[in-house]
Design a protein around this ligand. Structure first.
Ligand code: ATP
Ligand code: MG
Length: 256
């Protein structure tokens, strides 16, 4: 399928992304709601100019610093994430010594297992999520399930494309929350300690590149990077970039 799209196509990346999500649905790893989430994301990405804006790059650097400083970092994986960036997530987990945990909003045993198998095909060794012996307080039973020794015990969690309620509940548990979401107005992005307003297919490799660059940095340097990052400024910069049709929004971030 994707072989038919020439790389020179002006919207190559967007078309590849769609194909990956479609293939994910066919493979039983992405839900049909995942198709709708993809469509929403695409609209925001189009308005951002389908590129990583400077404030998102800064967020990716701060998120990498958080992952490197964590006692126990977990990268949460849902059906869209597994379809779009499985190998890239395995690389990020390796670069930051984080666990991978499958965590689904529409949880079915079949889909859980399909995603775990898919991640293994892409090089993951241990994948958490099947035990589901922990709970996030304040959510209904199905939505609350996590692994007690995974997200349950994590101090830093990366939740790409998380639902707003769960993002808020995780933040209330006192976890440092890193969210990838193309909509800067989304409740998920607003609940995050580090909102990354960027397409997952750029954000995950971007995070890994920063983590590798910072691999030898000392604690003071990493803490400095985290201190310098301001979540509210990043959201304002992203919203401004969207409203101004692709301006990077940096001047706005500096002015507020
Ligand atoms: P809430 O306000 O509760 O957070 P929501 O609008 O975020 O609601 P969903 O549709 O479940 O609800 O969320 C999907 C989110 O994921 C959207 O904000 C969309 O922009 C984002 N999204 C979809 N695809 C991608 C992608 N490839 N990379 C980054 N973000 C994406
Ligand atoms: Mg959301």
């Amino acid at each position: 399928m994707t072989d038919d799209i020439p790389e020179s196509h002006p919207r190559y990346e967007s078309l590849i992304t769609r194909h990956r999500i479609e293939a994910g649905v066919e493979k039983g790893i992405t839900s049909r709601q995942g198709l709708i989430a993809q469509g929403r994301g695409e609209a925001f990405d189009y308005l951002l100019g389908e590129r990583t804006i400077p404030s998102a790059d800064a967020a990716e650097r701060a998120a990498a610093a958080h992952l490197l400083l964590a006692d126990h970092a977990v990268l949460s994986v849902n059906g869209n994430v597994a379809a779009l960036v499985p190998g890239e997530l395995v690389d990020l987990a390796e670069a930051t010594d984080a666990d991978l945990e499958v965590n689904l909003f529409n949880r079915t045993d079949e889909r859980m297992r399909a995603i775990v198998a898919h991640l293994r095909e892409h090089g993951a060794e241990a994948v958490k999520g099947l035990d589901a012996d922990g709970r996030i307080p304040g959510l209904d039973h199905e939505r609350a399930k996590v692994d007690a020794d995974g997200i349950g015990a994590a101090d830093v969690v990366l939740v790409p494309l998380e639902d707003g309620d769960r993002a808020a509940a995780l933040a209330e548990m006192g976890k440092t929350e890193l969210v990838v979401d193309l909509n800067p107005l989304s409740r998920s992005a607003r609940a995050a300690d580090v909102p990354i307003v960027d397409n997952l297919i750029r954000a995950i490799p971007g995070l890994t590149a920063h983590a590798r660059n910072l691999a030898d940095a000392d604690r003071d340097t990493l803490e400095g990077i985290i201190r310098e990052f301001d979540a509210e400024d990043a959201l304002v910069a992203a919203e401004e970039a969207i409203r101004s049709g692709g301006d990077d929004g940096e001047s706005v971030a500096a002015d507020v």
